[in-house]
Design a protein around this ligand. Structure first.
Ligand code: BGP
Length: 469
């Protein structure tokens, strides 16, 4: 079976992780420009000041993507390039840059898929309380409308927010992302609600413009499975799914928060401070949402915690996606299992978890349109006789693309696949050591680009539309 002619084979990046040029051409500073300079926050103090200098080398990079046969490129817009302080005057050079990216993509017939927010928040908004302050949502809505007006004639796919779970969880529970707050569930749930309300307002505003494009958002997709068949671990798994899946997907797709979670938050005193009017906007936007983007890397294996005491120490190392952490409420922990395969960073490799998770998603939400907006392998690639031989990445993507094929044959409505990442880039907390790209960037040789083995492999997959998978 070949993938349908309108299925998009793509790859993704995000502004802070590739652009560099952190203060070039009028760009304002962001939360990440500041956060990465705090000692100990990132691996070996790496930051995105230069990143892979995509800002100045975008033509070369997009030409390589075109050579690879990429049909769609998912990238994000740096808010502070367009509005240096988050609000106020537009920086024309920021608009010009993204126009250039979009036009360069279109020149090669690559569909631009634009993420409006991939975590880099203009610093003045961060200082005023980030997503806890409703002014951030208002400023975002203005920024989004500027983007729709400037780019919406050529961009027909918009993602409002990337992985609300990750930036809120790491921002307000683990303290590993800005604003670096630890163990504050009240703020965590509030920030999420404020983001979802803003998402809903943005969807409604976009639809009023009649640009005839599509809008949705991307969530991390990490379905939970019990470590065994015991009743208590099944309970813990259902609890984990309610908090990590339903809490995030219900408001977007069904227009309301899940009762189970709201009930528990009421008991804990962690219900967000929300208004009936905000909840009504979330309900109004849900049917207008055109698609859901899923970022799948790994499932969660869950077990119930017995006699929880809050002794868990949160560090950068244990905040980067490996199993072993307890939930904020002490009900369950994630577990590394002896019979599963893991990456060098302890992320489980499981295409079966992907398929099973997609089946569950369909059972919960019915026939929704999905894009896999991220999936890929973080690895330290081998260089053999000067060639980057990223065979494990080929195997990983092969397995997961073939899972996508299986899911489609079961009636799951997946319209595209975006490998993370198009090119090697800065991993938020893991520096440049953790590579994901089809294109290698040589940090010892003036950021020279080189094609990896996976580049040639993905090109052939795209050429024959995945027939051999
Ligand atoms: C996702 C983010 C990406 C990317 C990816 C890999 O959560 O949306 O921006 O970073 O994870 O993560 P890491 O670099 O930590 O391995």
């Amino acid at each position: 079976m070949k993938f349908a002619h309108d299925f998009l084979f793509g790859a993704a990046t995000a502004s802070y992780q590739i652009e560099g040029a952190w203060d070039q051409d009028g760009k304002g500073p962001t939360n990440w420009d500041e956060f990465t300079k705090i000692p100990g926050k990132t691996f070996e103090g790496t930051n995105g000041d230069v990143a892979i200098d995509h800002y100045n080398r975008y033509q070369e990079d997009i030409a390589l993507m075109a050579e690879m046969g990429l049909e769609s490129y998912r990238f994000s817009i740096s808010w502070a390039r367009i509005l240096p302080t988050g609000t106020g005057e537009i920086n024309q050079k920021g608009i010009d840059f993204y126009n250039n990216i979009i036009n360069e993509c279109l020149k090669y017939g690559i569909v631009p898929f634009v993420t409006l927010y991939h975590w880099d928040l203009p610093l003045p908004l961060e200082r005023k309380g980030a997503w806890l302050n409703r002014e951030t949502g208002e400023a975002y809505l203005n920024f989004a409308q500027i983007c729709f007006e400037a780019f919406g004639d050529r961009v027909k796919n918009f993602i409002t927010f990337n992985e609300t779970f990750v930036f809120c969880n790491l921002g307000y529970l683990a303290g590993a992302h800005p604003p670096g707050i630890q163990n504050d569930p009240k703020k965590y749930f509030q920030a999420i609600h404020n983001v979802f309300y803003t998402h809903a307002q943005t969807v409604i505003a976009y639809k009023k413009l009649n640009q005839f494009g599509e809008i949705g958002l991307s969530h991390v997709f990490s379905p939970a499975f019990s470590v065994d068949d015991s009743e208590e671990n099944h309970f813990a798994t259902e609890h984990a799914n309610q908090f990590n899946l339903n809490w995030f997907y219900d408001p977007i797709l069904l227009g309301k928060y899940p009762e189970y979670v709201v009930k528990q938050l009421t008991t804990e005193g962690n219900v967000p401070d929300w208004t009936e009017a905000e909840l009504a906007v979330i309900a109004e936007a849900a049917p207008l949402n055109d698609f859901m983007g899923l970022n799948y890397y790994q499932p969660m294996r869950v077990e119930k915690i017995q006699g929880y005491v809050k002794e868990h120490v949160i560090t950068r190392e244990n905040s980067t996606g490996s199993p072993g952490n307890p939930s904020y409420d002490g009900v369950y922990r994630t577990v590394k299992m002896a019979d599963k395969k893991y990456t060098k960073w302890d992320w489980e490799i499981s295409s079966q978890g992907f398929i099973d998770g997609l089946d569950n998603l369909k059972a919960l939400y019915g026939d929704i349109k999905l894009y896999i907006t991220e999936n890929g392998l973080g690895d330290e690639d081998s260089i053999i006789e000067g060639e980057v031989c990223d065979i494990p990445r080929i195997r990983y993507i092969e397995e997961h693309l073939s899972a996508v094929k299986t899911a489609i044959s079961r009636g799951i409505h997946i319209k595209g696949y975006y490998a993370w990442s198009a090119i090697d880039l800065l991993s938020w907390l893991n520096g440049y050591k953790k590579q994901y790209g089809f294109i290698y960037v040589d940090h010892k040789n003036n950021l020279k680009r080189e094609k990896k083995a996976s580049f040639h492999w993905y090109k052939s997959v795209i050429t024959n539309r995945g027939e051999d998978l």
